[in-house]
Design a protein around this ligand. Structure first.
Ligand code: ARG
Length: 465
């Protein structure tokens, strides 16, 4: 790199070493928020004009130049510079001449970068909200369609009791309601203005911080200049949010990986989200789900890495915090992609309902139903549990065999009771009658679907329940 153009150097005799320039440069990642940087500068320049700090002709020239940069786009910005703030000021100078040098009155790159990061993050949050809703919509639609599709419910990853695919999909729906609610909360922390805090201690110019905050859509200015320029806890919160959203997405992904394999065979993923093998022609690999599962590690890493950066930083701007951006951008991109891909996988999924029902029939998943029924005939539940256990041991096929059941129950129950016991072994019946709130029964799932639909139709994520 040739020597880098800088906004400072008056007090320096020698040029900085090229290694120093390279190590310190952030222009590459900063370009992600070039627009926010220009918008922040426009708000600042207009405020300088309104307060009379700059003459109105000066403000007009500066704002017209910045507007032109917005129209030109990032390609017109120089990259032989330290950061985006320098790039915009250099370009502005090319466009409007010496008056560009007045833009930096009563501000610093320290309040600028904090403002840019907040504006950028707020914009991404506003794009993520509908993406989360959209994925919830896919889960809801699947749940509605498969409200009575029987499948095994697992505990310890072992078949436990039959449930429905509807109950399962709604299980994930609620996870994303929490993801959304956390994001709304995050937005509140992000949407405050550092602008006008200058480097560390405010300024003697008669600036109006309220008006720049309002112009940029912030709820209010941050009250303390030291805090405003050095706080990055909102970035940590965003990284944590992203890690936690990815953890939820990775749980969906892991089920799709398992269930699309031959051993489960519960789902066939659409061609559009499946990849082939270069050697094995028969393969349909769930690569997108695997990548979501795997990259969750990066999201967790970005959060812990930046937590380590922030730990013990004293108040006042510290250059350490420059490194918040690459991880933040990566984690936000990752969640956005993973939300979109998960929605594609869910919407395109071909659920193998026969296979799921068969799996529910195997593995004695109605053992609890049978024990409950025996208890309802007056047998102590402990004894009923024991008796059903004996039955499980005797049925070598891996599912309840009616003749063996009838034979074992013969001494304890009437003929009518045995017939009823056999009916209780049917998975459909087991599911249908579990109508406690949150259960898979027809009435209970109807209530839950209506509840979910109501939340889906409300804008944002006003509530968790
Ligand atoms: N690139 C810097 C960052 O991201 C901008 C602020 C630089 N401020 C300074 N005093 N060097 O933090």
């Amino acid at each position: 790199m040739e020597t880098m153009r800088k906004l400072w150097g008056g007090a320096f005799g020698d040029e900085s070493d090229s290694l120093v320039d390279r190590f310190g440069q952030s222009i590459e990642s900063d370009l992600r928020f070039w627009r926010e940087d220009v918008l922040g500068s426009i708000a600042h320049a207009q405020m300088l004009g309104r307060t009379g700090i700059l003459a109105s002709t000066e403000t007009e020239a500066i704002v017209a130049g910045l507007q032109r940069i917005l129209d030109e786009g990032p390609d017109s910005l120089p990259v032989d510079v330290e950061d985006i703030h320098t790039a915009v000021e250099v370009r502005l100078g090319e466009l409007v001449g010496g008056v560009a040098g007045k833009l930096h009155t009563a501000r610093s790159r320290n309040d600028q970068v904090a403002t840019d990061t907040r504006l950028f993050l707020r914009g991404r949050i506003d794009e993520l909200i509908p993406a989360i809703k959209s994925l919830q919509g896919a889960l809801y639609d699947t749940a509605r369609r498969h409200r009575s599709t029987v499948m095994p419910g697992y505990t310890h990853q072992q078949p436990a009791q039959p449930i429905t695919l509807g109950l399962h999909q709604l299980g994930h729906f609620w996870a994303f309601q929490r993801v959304g609610r956390r994001l709304i909360h995050l937005r509140e922390f992000v949407n405050l203005s550092p602008m006008g805090s200058a480097a560390v201690a405010g300024t003697g110019f008669p600036i109006d911080r309220d008006s720049t905050a309002t112009a940029l859509g912030f709820a209010a200015p941050i009250p303390n200049a030291l805090d405003a320029t050095s706080d990055r806890s909102f970035v940590l919160d965003a990284l944590h949010w992203a890690a936690s959203a990815m953890i939820d997405l990775s749980r969906v992904a892991q089920e799709l990986v398992l269930w699309s394999g031959a051993e489960y065979g519960f789902v066939r993923l659409a061609d559009a989200v499946t990849t082939g093998s270069s050697i094995m022609p028969q393969k349909r690999n769930p690569d997108m789900a695997e990548l979501i599962r795997g990259r969750t590690g990066r999201a967790i890493g970005n959060w812990t890495a930046f937590a380590a950066t922030m730990k013990a930083l004293p108040l006042g701007y510290n250059r350490d915090t420059q490194d918040d951006k690459p991880g933040l951008f990566e984690s936000l991109d990752l969640v956005a992609d993973a939300l979109g891909l998960t929605e594609l996988m869910i919407r395109g999924a071909d659920w193998q309902v026969e296979r799921m029902r068969d799996a529910a029939r195997h593995g004695f998943s109605t053992a609890t139903d049978l024990a409950d029924f025996l208890a309802s005939t007056g047998m102590p539940f402990r004894e009923a549990h024991e008796l059903v256990g004996t039955l499980v041991k005797r049925c070598a096929s891996g599912a309840f065999e009616p003749p063996i059941v009838a034979e074992v129950l013969h001494e304890r129950l009437t003929k009518a009771e045995i017939d009823e016991a056999l009916r209780r072994l049917a998975v459909e019946r087991s599911v249908r009658q579990r109508n406690s709130l949150g259960g898979p029964g027809a009435a209970a799932i109807g209530i839950q679907l209506r509840h979910a639909r109501k939340l889906l139709q409300r804008p944002g994520f006003a509530s968790l329940t």
